[in-house]
Design a protein around this ligand. Structure first.
Ligand SMILES: [Zn+2]
Length: 173
């Protein structure tokens, strides 16, 4: 339940599939489309729900998270009420997913990969590495964060404004 995308088949599938109404903006290419797909990323008790066009959907179904269009970030209970419970109530979030949950709630975030601790574990090195892009006043700014499974920062490199934004998310957890 930590960081996996779900495609739902229950009675609430329709509510999920039409989460953004009749038209949604794709989070990767920003086109506004009627025929959009919805992806939910779970970070333990946080669900990030995003719309994608058909062309961008495959990219969003793997390890990447885009936030350039319509999306909502919900806690698990709100998600379950609105779209049906995707599984048992998750355990408390790990330190790493707490950091990622703060990042996906940051309105300046535009890109994150991998998008979950589970995704980072799959690429496993001794620390978990995340590449992040923000939309800031200065434009798109990128940084890379490496953290231990305990959530301690190993390194934080990249453009100064992006590093500052990332540090805020890390220190607030
Ligand atoms: Zn698209």
């Amino acid at each position: 339940m930590s960081g996996e995308a779900t495609s739902k088949t229950s009675a609430s599938a329709e509510a999920f599939e039409r989460a953004f109404g009749s038209v949604a903006a794709c989070n990767r290419c920003q086109s506004r489309i009627e025929d959009y797909r919805v992806v939910a990323v779970f970070l333990h008790d946080t669900a990030a729900v995003r719309a994608y066009c058909r062309a961008c959907y495959p990219a969003a179904s793997e390890a990447d998270y885009f936030a350039g269009g319509d999306g909502i970030v919900l806690d698990y209970d709100s998600f379950a009420r609105r779209f049906g419970a995707p599984g048992p109530t998750p355990p408390p979030a790990t330190p790493v997913n707490r950091i990622l949950a703060r990042l996906v709630r940051d309105p300046a975030l535009s890109f994150l990969t991998p998008r979950s601790e589970a995704g980072a574990r799959r690429l496993a090195t001794r620390s978990y590495r995340f590449r992040v892009t923000f939309r800031l006043d200065a434009g798109a700014c990128a940084a890379e964060l490496a953290v231990t499974p305990q959530g301690d920062v190993v390194s934080l490199d990249g453009e100064a404004a992006a590093c500052a934004q990332l540090r805020e998310a890390v220190e607030a957890t």
